[in-house]
Design a protein around this ligand. Sequence first.
Ligand code: NAD
Length: 494
Amino acid sequence: MTIVSHWISGAERPATGRTAPVTNPATGAETARVALADRAVVDDAVRAATTAFPGWADTSLARRTAVLFRFRELLNARSDELAAIITAEHGKVLDDARGEVARGREVVEFACGMPHLLKGGFTENASTAVDVHSLRQPVGPVVIISPFNFPAMVPLWFFPIAIAAGNTVVLKPSEKVPSAALWLARLWKEAGLPDGVFNVVNGDKEAVDALLAHPDVAAVSFVGSTPVATYVHETASRHGKRVQALGGAKNHMLVLPDADLDHAADQAVNAGFGSAGQRCMAISVVVAVGDVADPLVERIAERARKLRTGDGRRGCDMGPLVSAASRDRVAAYVAAGAAAGARVVVDGRNDTYDADGEGFFVGPTLLDNVEPGMSVYTDEIFGPVLSVVRVASYEEGVALINANPYGNGTAIFTGDGGTARRFCREVQVGMVGVNVPVPVPMAYYSFGGWKASLFGDVHAHGTEGVHFFTRAKVVTTRWTENRRGLELAFPVTT
Ligand code: NAD
């Protein structure tokens, strides 16, 4: 059986030691094993990144970005190959996988503009015969730890910017979806990236712990669940590293009585069931204001029942959950919701699926009359379950959203610009949509939630990403003219 291993210094590193199964979630079949790195493998990868760092940081911006442009062209030409790998290990339908690759590629395109992004400021004659300029320099070897749900896009949020800015990278992808990272590593090699600038270690907690404590790692970008994000943020900070840790989510969609109900129902279904609800920006709670609830629930149910669930390679609307454990967890939440008094309007637990074998499926599920105390409301389910909470007013809806511990994404559906504007100002969430259910920012803006959805203060990509992967320096210069003599007082401008 194939063993998906590591990529260190421009070559595959043969697997040694522990491995774990890689499955195709649509069939339940084990398709490969993934090597799980121990400390020795992690040390080798960080050594490769540390050795490559001075040369890469010293490579001109023109040469660095030329590699990025070649990488972009290759990624564009071969995106279907990558999408197929994503579907085979994650299960999301092919169109969705293609979308993920396209959104990741946009960050490469943003990073191709690094010469512009790294331009510093210059002030002539700030004080008499004294000039000041600023610059940004790479931080060193950086680590990216990514979740299963976007095998390509989430790593792509970070490494194009890190590399273009002159850093070297060790990527630790989710052990559930290890192959996309190795494919990307080979693409970098083809694009002409020097060996050691981009490395991949596959693994689990053992590899993560070794990376977080490694003295040569300068910065850590993490994306995953909130408990692990908290752990990574605390541990990496304790080891003196710069860290951004993006966590879980519970995203609400507030639907007002003046919304276009057909549009709102379409978008609730797209955002709730796309990728089988396994997106950190998925809508999991529809907050229905006033008498909008009955017609909205009816419209969502009608659409949800028409969706075809099955193998992502067969043109279905929705694929499986990533693992048997995820499927069982999702089904248990639906049962707990029903037991607590929620009405199961559409029950995906007993659907039929267009797939061979024993895939990990739960069909689209809609729960009405969900109350904030129920576990279907309080917990991140990360599956195709939409919960409808009924509220009496806009104010009650916003209060509900703001009381939630997560603050990743949210959306308002309304025809009233004034109320939408008020929502954007009042809601305590990092990414907000107005009649847009999954408001993922473009690459040139920054991606990040508030509260328990992000630990650290710097969001991903955009200018915040450039700042995360660089250190600022300010240089104050005086040449020989207007030299000053002895002067022990604190210097003042003249
Ligand atoms: P996860 O937290 O289980 O795993 C994320 C990464 O951490 C993986 O690489 C994994 O190997 C590693 N890991 C897991 N347990 C660990 C531990 N105990 N110690 C150290 N490392 C550990 O997350 P997941 O299930 O792969 O992904 C789904 C989660 O990611 C959801 O909560 C989702 O909301 C979140 N997510 C958030 C964003 C965002 O931008 N905020 C984006 C995508 C996914």
